[in-house]
Design a protein. Sequence first.
Length: 163
Amino acid sequence: MSGSEKPAPRERATATNRKAFHEYEVLERFEAGIVLYGTEVKALRDGRVNLGDAFVRVENEEAWLWQLHIGPYMAAFRDNHEPMRKRKLLLHKKEILRIMGLVRQKGLTVVPLRIYSGHRGMFKVEIALVRGKTQGDKRDAIREREANREIQRVFRSRQKVGR
């Protein structure tokens, strides 16, 4: 690598939807581009985003992201964007048709899992096809997570003793 070449930038998560992992069982993931205004991009870089209640809806064979809150960019007081507007997602037609079919047939939901700046600084949204968890499923997930933590704790303590 010569001095003028730069290493490829790593993707950097701007926001993650931790609530989605608790409330839903993730079945399939997709990566989508998102259409943004300039002030929205700057606000995303500042981390002024909330994925809490966001969801994806397919209308006229186009995917739209609803209820995503991107806070106003403070330096642009006059030409700021609307924080809760619906935003178009950029997916391949095959992906959109697949999502449409599965949502109609099986009663699944599509939610965003995270927003990150991908290759070349473009913002991407990782969306997922999900099914709602029951209360028992949530308890099982918590029980499994705590068991894994205990196993890791035992392994760490054994490694320290073995030294």
